[in-house]
Ligand binder design. Sequence first.
Ligand SMILES: NC(=O)c1ccc[n+]([C@@H]2O[C@H](COP(=O)([O-])OP(=O)(O)OC[C@H]3O[C@@H](n4cnc5c(N)ncnc54)[C@H](O)[C@@H]3O)[C@@H](O)[C@H]2O)c1
Length: 396
Amino acid sequence: MSMQSGRRVGVAFVGMGGAVATTAIAGIEMIKSGSNRLDGLPLAGLSVAGMADYKDLVFGGWDLNGDDLATAASGHGVLSKDDIEDGAEALKGITPWPAVGSAKFCKNIDGQNRIVAKDHREAVSVIANDLRRFQKESNLDDVVVVNLASTERWPDLNDPTLNSTAAFEKGLDSSDEAISPAMLYAYAAIKSGIPYANFTPSVAADVPALLDLAKELNVPVAGKDGKTGQTMMKTVLAPAFKARALHVDGWFSTNILGNRDGLALNDPNSLQSKLNTKGTVLDSILGYPVEDHLVHIHYYRPRGDDKEAWDNIDVTGFMGQRMQVKVNFLCKDSILAAPLVIEIARVLDLAHTRGDGGVQEQLSTFFKAPMVKNGRGPEHAFGKQEQMLRDWLGVH
Ligand SMILES: NC(=O)c1ccc[n+]([C@@H]2O[C@H](COP(=O)([O-])OP(=O)(O)OC[C@H]3O[C@@H](n4cnc5c(N)ncnc54)[C@H](O)[C@@H]3O)[C@@H](O)[C@H]2O)c1
């Protein structure tokens, strides 16, 4: 167990009614009421001074869907009726705050629970107000924001609005179309001095305009795209192949999933964002390009949140002999993701209390496309990432 810090930490989720967010909240509420164990929480066994205890986390957040969290959760099919009735009773009393969304950035997801704002600037001020109110009303020592909303399409990264803080600020006043909802939340958090993590593949705090702002204001930021299933396995296996000098000739990855995340990814533009964050992992670990690295994601309703991932890996060994490795991971998407989100929030908060601002690279282990300091390439190898986190936490 972590040492009790006694601080109350608010976690504000963008996409609070989603499968991952409701699972994270339910899991922690069940820990509070004694009906959930600590399995799946990677930092549960560690003793780290100043890190918030699971029981001291308080939840809030935004969603385009205004349903209370018990109703939202029962639609996702991750939690059983008993889970919702029993330990996660608290879900019934939580309703998401109105959200800012854009069909231009996320086509397949819509909802009526919307912030009324005349422009980007006003939307940002509503989001910042929500955070202040949350902190005050829930009597919180600190707040962190985690993006768990549906995947947005990739923006035009060359757009000057995204490349300097000053241009971005101007873009807020003119409701510039280059600015996505994910960026509005990220900006509002960073500008309020509140740590921000992006668990989605959407582009947010990683644009130079927001990265510079986070550095300038010394606010911790981390991302992006949670590394939960197939990519996690990839970053465990690839370093082993490299260590044994088994040349990877090809890596064919395919997935089926039937939750709302899958529905959002059914839009080719959102899918491309996911493929972008999944793509570079292998080449970077192995040190040479794997020309036949194919990744497919298919929306397949009957599976709901039970994602199935297959990998076929072709390798060449001694004397040019060829071999194959097959991996079949029958995982539960939100059950893998939710505890990582909780740990990301706790580490970000700890970074804040340590005065450690800007990109929190030690969180790389939790992300498919880790954000990095100083423009160097990210570390993808799982073992090295774990060591980085342990070193930062001061545990051995
Ligand atoms: N589950 C995993 O293993 C995993 C891994 C990596 C990344 N992710 C990412 O995490 C995110 C959440 O996944 P999920 O399975 O919970 O999806 P979900 O579809 O169940 O939840 C997303 C929620 O976001 C809400 N939303 C959409 N746009 C919004 C906006 N602009 N503002 C506020 N709310 C908004 C939706 O109404 C929905 O309730 C996705 O982007 C997914 O790609 C998930």
